[in-house]
Design a protein around this ligand. Structure first.
Ligand code: HEC
Ligand code: HEC
Ligand code: HEC
Length: 191
């Protein structure tokens, strides 16, 4: 066994008491207003600074982000990220064991989270027929609608809308439609 492998094995061993400690704290706190705290955006990075700081920071302060727009409307993290026990346990273990990567902006690299119609319409947040109507004849072009096209349900909201990062005008990988301010344009124009 090489030195670094040995060191990492030791580090893993040393983390076990932490895991037990965290589980104990969660269990004890559950009876003591923990659930109320859990609802607050500040909960997410109170312990897990890395990787949660950049998400919480952007939510409060970065005007270009969709998450920020939602913060202004008092939509909490957990109203979008419906907490599921299995996910939370998996997140907790990934965090304690350091089994995740972050990029230069502090965002998690390996990500399976995307926005779909279910996430965005839960709790009556968005009525998709209204959303569709809002972008009818997009850019003044009759029949063009990013929310109603031949791409249909193959498209996830996250193909275009970034919650914690820049949005992306997916249609323009093939077309040349108007791009909302601040969005990335894959741009066939320049090609
Ligand atoms: C408007 C809904 C919405 C709100 C509010 C929101 N998120 Fe997200 N979050 C998303 C979506 C959608 C993604 C998928 C990536 C993206 O769009 O940026 C995501 C991705 C993430 C990820 C990456 C998950 C992974 O496994 O890669 C983290 C971490 C995260 N959000 C934390 C937070 C925290 C912390 C808050 C509150 C401070 C928050 N989110 C508020 C919608 C939301
Ligand atoms: C093909 C790209 C694309 C996809 C996919 C997409 N959107 Fe959009 N969406 C847009 C564009 C473009 C706008 C206009 C943004 C602007 O004007 O700043 C928009 C605007 C919106 C708005 C604001 C509408 C208003 O009232 O002004 C909402 C809400 C929205 N989208 C929700 C969704 C939801 C929910 C999904 C997934 C079910 C989704 N979008 C999928 C491109 C997309
Ligand atoms: C992978 C490439 C591709 C993507 C991505 C794509 N389209 Fe298309 N689209 C096409 C092709 C090819 C046609 C048919 C060619 C034509 O008739 O000009 C077409 C036709 C259309 C038409 C019929 C009118 C026309 O220009 O002929 C509309 C409207 C349209 N697309 C809207 C969209 C919207 C909105 C999006 C984003 C949600 C989108 N498309 C994404 C390739 C694409």
């Amino acid at each position: 066994m090489g030195n670094s492998e040995e060191a990492s094995a030791k580090r893993k061993q040393r983390r076990w008491p932490i895991i037990v400690g965290v589980v104990a704290i969660v269990v004890v706190a559950a009876g003591a207003g923990f659930l109320v705290w859990h609802e607050q955006p500040g909960f997410c990075n109170a312990v897990c600074h890395d990787p949660m700081d950049s998400y919480v920071e952007g939510y409060h302060n970065d005007e270009t982000l969709m998450a920020y727009t939602h913060a202004r409307e008092n939509v909490t993290c957990l109203q979008c990220h419906e907490p599921r026990m299995d996910e939370q346990i998996a997140e907790g273990i990934a965090w304690v064991t350091g089994d995740f990567g972050t990029d230069d902006a502090g965002k998690i690299v390996r990500t399976g989270v995307t926005a779909d119609e279910k996430m965005c319409t839960q709790n009556g947040c968005h009525d998709f027929s209204e959303v569709r109507a809002a972008t009818a004849d997009w850019g003044g072009e009759t029949g063009v609608n990013p929310h109603d096209s031949h791409q249909g349900i193959a498209l996830d909201c996250s193909n275009c809308h970034g919650a914690h990062g820049q949005s992306y005008m997916y249609c323009n990988t093939c077309h040349d439609y108007e791009v909302p301010g601040g969005w990335a344009d894959p741009g066939i124009r320049g090609v």
